[in-house]
Ligand binder design. Structure first.
Ligand code: SAM
Length: 294
């Protein structure tokens, strides 16, 4: 798959819960399922929303190349921002250059625009059954009231039984609107994690999930402190990445402006206030660490 200008890396690498489009394979599978028909036919996968008009037009113009369309879409968001808010645009440009003094709002907006762009093209991505099985294992550690940080398009929702007690939060407005369309019975809020928990009540959550999301936070100690302040006694922090820590290190090489390496278990525990419930044996392959508030 072609590398794109989007933060200097492949857009597929930025969408770790989705696989690159394999339309030919998907179409063949559909045909087979239709031919089988009646009893024994596989249930149809959930309907995916169509691409938005502007995203579809770009994709057409670029001959169906999703990476190129994502890169062009990202550039168009940048141009819009330059015109509407030149100061914020300058902060985003600094974050993009990995300027350590770039204001946090520049990094947050860069992340939001990046994920808005990924969300624009998620409807053409296909599901990944192996990854889905790992998400189910992650969900098995969640209980009670769950806050899903960096929820994206709501990939965890089908795996969590008590949807009424679920809330997904994400910086990207487009991810949140996709999540709401896909899972109309679940609650989603567009906000950054720190902003969201600062406005909430103490002991509000039994589980705080970071699925393919913790690598976007430069200060893990601050994240854990914010979690400890908002978790009920005995509450859990579940940190996961279905493609593992090695994948994230690769992602970081392409995107040092916004991606951090996933922490070692000792580093998570060193922050204090949490005991270890579970850590997967090979975190490079499948990162799953479950912590419990002491
Ligand atoms: C790799 S996606 C994962 C989406 C989803 N958890 C999944 O597993 O499919 C990471 C998501 O984290 C969001 N994100 C990054 N930093 C965030 C922050 N500070 N607060 C809230 N969401 C954030 C991004 O907008 C993006 O949608």
């Amino acid at each position: 798959m072609r590398a794109v200008l989007l933060l200097g890396c492949s857009a597929a690498a930025l969408a770790p819960q989705t696989a690159p489009p394999r339309r030919g394979v998907a179409a063949a599978a559909k045909k087979k399922a239709r031919a089988a028909g009646g009893f024994g036919a596989k249930p149809k996968p959930p309907k995916r929303p169509a691409l938005g008009k502007a995203a579809a037009k770009l994709l057409d113009e670029l001959g169906g190349d999703v990476d190129a369309a994502q890169a062009a879409r990202f550039d168009s968001y940048m141009e819009k921002l330059r015109a509407s808010d030149p100061e914020l645009f300058a902060d985003v440009a600094r974050a993009r250059r990995c300027d350590p003094a770039a204001p946090a709002r520049g990094r947050d907006r860069l992340l939001a625009m990046t994920w808005d762009t990924v969300a624009d093209y998620l409807p053409v991505e296909t599901a990944d059954a192996a990854l889905d099985a790992r998400l189910a294992r992650v969900a098995a550690f969640a209980r009670g009231r769950c806050l899903d940080v960096g929820c994206g398009d709501g990939a965890m929702v089908p795996h969590l039984k008590a949807r009424a007690a679920y809330c997904g939060v994400d910086l990207s407005a487009r991810m949140v609107s996709l999540a709401r369309r896909r899972h109309p019975d679940a609650r989603f809020e567009r906000a950054g994690f720190f902003e969201f928990v600062a406005g909430g009540e103490e002991a509000a959550w039994d589980t705080i999930l970071f699925v393919a999301a913790l690598q976007f936070f430069p200060d893990v100690d601050a994240v854990l402190a914010a979690c400890a302040a908002r978790l009920a006694p005995g509450g859990r922090v579940v940190v996961a990445h279905g493609r593992g820590a090695a994948f994230v290190r690769e992602e970081r090489r392409g995107n040092p402006a916004v991606v951090e390496a996933l922490p070692a278990v000792e580093d998570l525990l060193a922050a204090g206030g949490f005991g270890l419930v579970h850590a997967e044996e090979d975190l490079d392959d499948f990162y799953l660490v479950v912590l419990e508030r002491a």
